[in-house]
Design a protein around this ligand. Structure first.
Ligand code: NAP
Length: 181
């Protein structure tokens, strides 16, 4: 069964961006030669899902090079978004269960990468539709910002794996216990 995986980078205090959507604390951190290769993860993915704010951030920062062009993208929003016609991007709305079902169909048996942000991931987690988190934690405190997973109710987890990388970041893979598949 295809899993929905929230693969994300966060600060030590659990933020994925500053309140004004800055990611310099992440982009300026030196990459780790021993990190799990992005390509290894991406090869397991058949579709990506993201919220409207994350879509806007990507379009503002890399509109000329859509990073997920080989696979379908679902963008979740209840407002009309500007979406270029030549990219494999579909706007979708509805409850998280229906969106999860559509994402799994799009992924054709592979896993789904829930890119973020935190608000969208939390809706999936609250609905029992998020199976795994892959968190790269950057050793910096931001003090405030956009939360990694602002769920409305407690979500129990079990640690799948944990690694300390040579650059001081960590990789934590967590399974969510109340998820459906
Ligand atoms: N550090 C990282 O690895 C990482 C990863 C991803 C994102 N980010 C950052 O995170 C920030 C954005 O995160 P965020 O939590 O603020 O926002 P987000 O999750 O990207 O987007 C939230 C929006 O998505 C829409 N949405 C989500 N679920 C929906 C549903 N079921 N039905 C209808 N609409 C739904 C709503 O927009 P509407 O009001 O349009 O309906 C909601 O306001 C950006 O700065 C981005 O760069 C960081």
């Amino acid at each position: 069964m295809s899993k929905i995986i929230y693969y994300v980078a966060a600060s030590q205090d659990g933020y994925i961006a500053t309140a004004d959507h800055q990611l310099d604390w992440l982009e300026n951190f030196p990459p780790a030669e021993d990190a799990t290769p992005y390509e290894t993860f991406y090869q397991t993915i058949g579709a990506v899902v993201m919220g409207a704010e994350t879509y806007r951030w990507i379009m503002n920062h890399s509109a000329h090079h859509w990073p997920y062009s080989q696979i379908p993208t679902l963008v979740v929003s209840s407002n009309d978004l500007v979406i270029p016609e030549d990219l494999n991007i579909t706007q979708i709305t509805g409850d998280a269960a229906a969106i999860a079902e559509r994402a799994r169909q799009s992924a054709k048996g592979q896993d789904v990468w829930l890119i973020g942000g935190g608000k969208t991931a939390a809706r999936f987690a609250d609905a029992g539709e998020l199976q795994q988190l892959f968190i790269t934690t950057i050793p910096v405190f931001l003090g405030h910002g956009i939360e990694i997973l602002p769920v409305k109710q407690p979500v129990s987890t079990v640690l799948h794996s944990f690694r300390v990388l040579k650059n001081g970041a960590t990789e934590t893979v967590i399974d969510l216990l109340n998820s459906h598949p």
